[in-house]
Design a protein around this ligand. Structure first.
Ligand code: LM2
Ligand code: CA
Length: 475
């Protein structure tokens, strides 16, 4: 049984939660997720009710919920010291309440599961919730024998990504590497994941999955309920032996090649259309691909396009959300100039519960620490309804004129984007019914696009994105 995030699974999940709460109106859910990076549980719960539920988002990817080392950096979240749900992002009760409130509006929770490793601290310490630990000792949970001792590099750190054994049994940046082949370790991880499932999460992102043998991931997942959603993070490297395809037996994988292909078009300044007649090369099958423009790691590294790119970033998200490949996740974090800087904290050292109901509705000059609120941008949020409206309709070959590009989802909707520096006009032959459609990326149907005689005419200002679909006819 494969745990993929096909629309059906998300819809089934939504139907379940809707049935459990009769007061919820029956908004159709989409397969679109949003990564609410370093957003505390109470704020995510509010976000589900105020913005995500109404927009039709299907799921939220949270930051890791377990106890971690202490510190101000965001990445302390990736150094577990126990599996107590008590962190700067909130308590166990707050986490459980978030899952309930999000579920009640049809939004599933995917928790980031850090199970490849524990802390990267060489000195003994005490975690956020008070648990004492040492590099290879986490009392009540793991002892030194539960960790890999790869013996392949001087300090046991991964040096060579072309060496499978190093990648999977040595330490990733000094993070104590769990021996995930050991039954005792697997059982401990399974107990943690089952605990989260008991609170109602829909599934997990498997952090650093590349560093865990695919057979170990599969063995762990096999112990979980069959409907658990799994998204393995396996960065596709060049010339590396560990491939994303190995992890398809456990569920879906994040397809990093998709993000790279998308981003490069904004560097080159011109669009390239994928070969729609074939499976996309260097991509896992669509129904097992999680696609994204950027994430918390790539926006601090390789990503060619991030919130800093404003209109172009919106365009990239529009193209992804309009595509017929993969299950998309929109990334929503906070502005930063220091890659280590954590989200804003309160006087007591927890993360400030700032949501987006009244947040930024478009690109702007963000101050460090401001949440970017990408998922509520005028040019992005309505693409969730677009995706519901177009359903399974295939993407058809589009038209490209200079720096502008448009394509259709057969008979159901069309998008157009212009990354040039001057106005562009695109005429797209379309099978959509003749009508005047609202450009759903402009609030209140203030701009319309006419389909006449099987041709849609888009007039796009520099940097503008436009989207029309059959559920939003102007008159
Ligand atoms: C991931 N996926 O595979 C996460 O998405 C990524 O954000 C994590 O790195 C990484 N793998 C481990 O879970 C982040 C961050 C690193 C940080 C680690 C651990 O990008 O910078 O490393 O979390 O917190 C930091 C220091 C590093 C140090 C390490 C251990 O930057 O210099 O290594 O802690 O103390 C000695
Ligand atoms: Ca490992």
């Amino acid at each position: 049984m494969k745990r993929t995030v096909a629309a059906g699974a998300i819809l089934a999940l939504a139907a379940l939660s809707l049935a459990a709460c009769s007061s919820t109106d029956e908004t159709t859910r989409s397969d679109v997720g949003v990564q609410l990076f370093q957003m505390p549980w109470t704020a995510i719960a509010d976000e589900c009710e105020s913005t995500l539920g109404p927009a039709g988002y299907g799921w939220v990817l949270t930051s890791p919920p377990q106890e971690s080392i202490t510190g101000d950096e965001w990445w302390v979240s990736y150094q577990p010291v126990s599996y107590q749900l008590d962190s700067r992002l909130g308590t166990r009760d707050e986490f459980a309440d978030m899952v309930k409130r999000c579920d009640a509006v049809g939004v599933g929770i995917i928790a980031d599961a850090v199970i490849n490793h524990m802390s990267g601290q060489s000195a003994p310490g005490t975690g956020f919730a008070g648990s004492a630990y040492e590099h290879h000792s986490y009392p009540g949970l793991y002892e030194p024998a539960d960790f890999h001792d790869c013996g392949l590099t001087g300090d046991n750190d991964i040096r060579n990504y072309r060496d499978r054994a190093q990648v999977q049994t040595c330490e990733l940046v000094n993070l104590a590497d769990l021996d995930t082949s050991a039954p005792r370790v697997r059982a401990t991880i399974v107990a943690y994941l089952n605990d989260l499932l008991s609170l109602g999460v829909a599934g997990f992102r498997i952090d650093a999955a590349k560093h865990i043998a695919a057979t170990d991931v599969e063995a762990i997942v096999a112990e979980l309920p069959a409907n658990t959603t799994i998204m393995s993070e396996v960065i596709r490297g060049s010339g590396e032996p560990v491939l994303p395809e190995e992890y398809l037996g456990a569920g879906s994988v994040f397809e990093f090649t998709y993000a790279r292909d998308l981003g490069i078009q904004f560097v080159s300044g011109s669009f390239t259309e994928p070969d729609l007649s074939n499976e996309r090369p260097q991509h896992v099958p669509s129904d097992q691909a999680i696609v994204f423009v950027d994430n918390h790691d790539t926006e601090r590294g390789e990503a060619q396009i991030t919130y800093r790119d404003g209109d172009a970033y919106a365009m990239a998200n529009v193209l992804m959300l309009a595509d017929d490949y993969g299950t998309p996740v929109v990334y929503s974090g906070y502005a930063f100039s220091d890659r280590d800087a954590g989200a804003k904290t309160t006087a007591s050292g927890t993360i400030e519960p700032v949501g987006c109901a009244e947040g930024a509705h478009g690109p702007q000059d963000f101050a460090d620490g401001d949440r970017t609120c990408i998922h509520v941008w005028d040019a992005i949020a309505p693409m969730v309804a677009f995706r519901i409206a177009v359903g399974e309709a295939p993407r058809l070959p589009g038209v490209m004129v200079d720096d502008a590009y448009a394509f259709e989802r057969e008979g159901r909707g069309a998008v157009a984007v212009n990354q040039g520096e001057s106005e562009a006009t695109l005429t797209l032959p379309t099978t959509m019914p003749d009508a005047t459609y609202c450009d759903v990326l402009v609030p209140e149907c203030a701009v319309t696009v006419t389909v006449d005689n099987g041709t849609a005419t888009f007039t796009l200002a520099a940097g503008q994105s436009s989207a029309i679909h059959v559920e939003a006819v102007a008159r």
